[in-house]
Write a protein that binds this ligand. Structure first.
Ligand code: ADP
Length: 396
């Protein structure tokens, strides 16, 4: 069938890609080019269960996309089925409330939003430029992490700071992980069609973590803000804290505001508290061996996740469903259990056996019989969502 989509997630030093076919249901090949821009960069292809790694001569984004093109030349059946390219774009600002076919206006719009995502958006633009150059004639689509949250009311998205700063500079909450939340909302509606008319909480817990309230299919509040630093404690990010702390850190350490922000973005969260790792699995192993800082880090993560779930739930009429997703949400029965313990006052309860025995990589219902809210684990699939948006837009 002629419906393969190349999905590209182009970061500043890495480029993840996948080719999905069969209406996005089959991943034909996937891979990652990393250490772009520095010596020793390479691209890995995972195809038919085999991994192969090719060194990149100049380590550029163009070099990485050229290798994908070369690979396709030796897999002509896949090459000839390629009909579109979908790009993940982190920040769409207030300009993009849905996925769009990329033209010069869209490129200008992504560039305009780069002030809010100075590392990501320029890298996405590089990926888009190179893809246009190397795959001429193939339509390309941009799918934005922020788009799903454009339905938030001003009460939720405005910061209580002088309005002038919003009017003149568009400083507001944007939210992220929107593609994942849209996917989860659709997956839940496949199992429970009425969920589209109900109140849904989603906890997307990975190295980056956020929560979202979805009221009747639309995002009504989310925990991340103008950048992904706000909200939950994460792998290396602190999440929300008193902004006054930044000036104390600056003075105490004799560093700039940017360096203080780097501490909050890169050295805090699970890593900062455990002084061991940002990785949940590593911390769970350490906790089982009696590491108290790992235990504290995980318990703080859970307490904060629960607090933000309760906070965004204030935009719902009822909490009918709670969904766990992302690497941690899908796999850590310990954190799911502690988070739900904190939500007992809201009568959200999970069945401990269903929770610990939940099959990996599949959706499951882990609700306790006496719970007011249905609790689910649903694996997210942002690549599939990007491929489906691309198929829809190139068919119009
Ligand atoms: P991101 O996309 O934000 O980089 P992921 O969604 O891939 O992150 O999630 C990565 C996190 O999921 C890591 O902290 C990792 O330890 C955790 N994780 C993955 N598998 C497990 C597991 N079996 N048990 C506990 N945590 C896990």
């Amino acid at each position: 069938m002629k419906d393969s989509i190349l999905v590209i997630n182009c970061g500043s030093s890495s480029l993840k890609f996948a080719i999905l076919a069969n209406a996005g249901q089959t991943t034909l090949v996937e891979g990652i080019a990393d250490r772009l821009g520095s010596a020793g960069s390479s691209i890995t292809f995972k195809y038919e269960g085999q991994k192969s790694e090719i060194p990149l001569t100049d380590g550029s984004h163009k070099n990485a996309v050229s290798q994908i093109k070369e690979w396709l030349k030796s897999h002509t059946e896949i090459e000839s089925s390629l009909v579109g390219i979908g790009h993940r774009v982190i920040h769409g600002g207030e300009t993009f409330s849905e996925s769009v076919l990329i033209d010069q206006n869209v490129i200008d719009g992504i560039e305009k939003c780069a002030k809010f995502a100075p590392l990501h958006n320029p890298a996405h633009l590089k990926g888009i430029e190179v893809a246009f150059e190397l795959f001429p004639g193939i339509p390309q689509v941009a799918v934005f992490d922020t788009a799903f949250h454009q339905t938030l009311e001003p009460e939720q998205y405005l910061y209580p700071i002088p309005m002038k700063l919003y009017r003149e500079h568009h400083f507001r909450k944007y939210g992220f992980h929107g593609t994942s939340y849209r996917y989860i909302s659709q997956q839940l509606a496949k199992t429970v069609p009425s969920s589209d008319e109900q109140g849904v909480l989603v906890a997307h817990l990975g190295n980056g973590a956020s929560v979202c309230a979805i009221n009747k299919g639309k995002s009504s509040d989310t925990s991340m803000g103008i950048t992904p630093l706000e909200g939950l404690m994460m792998g290396t990010r602190s999440g929300s804290l008193d902004p006054g702390l930044i000036s104390f850190i600056r003075q105490a350490e004799g560093i700039s505001a940017q360096e203080a922000l780097d501490i909050l973005n890169k050295e805090s969260g699970l890593l900062g508290i455990s002084e061991l790792s940002n990785d949940c699995r590593t911390l769970e192993e350490a906790m089982e061996k009696g590491d108290e800082k790992a235990l504290l880090a995980l318990n703080m993560f859970a307490a904060r996740a629960a607090k933000h779930l309760a906070s965004v739930a204030t935009t719902l009429e009822s909490i009918d469903h709670l969904v766990f997703t992302g690497g941690i949400g899908e796999n850590s029965s310990y954190l799911r259990q502690v988070i739900c313990q904190h939500l007992k006052a809201l009568n959200i309860n999970i069945d401990s056996t269903l929770n610990t025995e939940a099959p990996r990589g599949e959706s499951s219902n882990i609700t306790a019989v006496h719970s007011n809210t249905n609790v689910w684990i649903i694996p997210t699939n942002e690549e599939l969502m990007i491929a489906l948006d691309t198929i829809n837009l190139i068919q119009d």
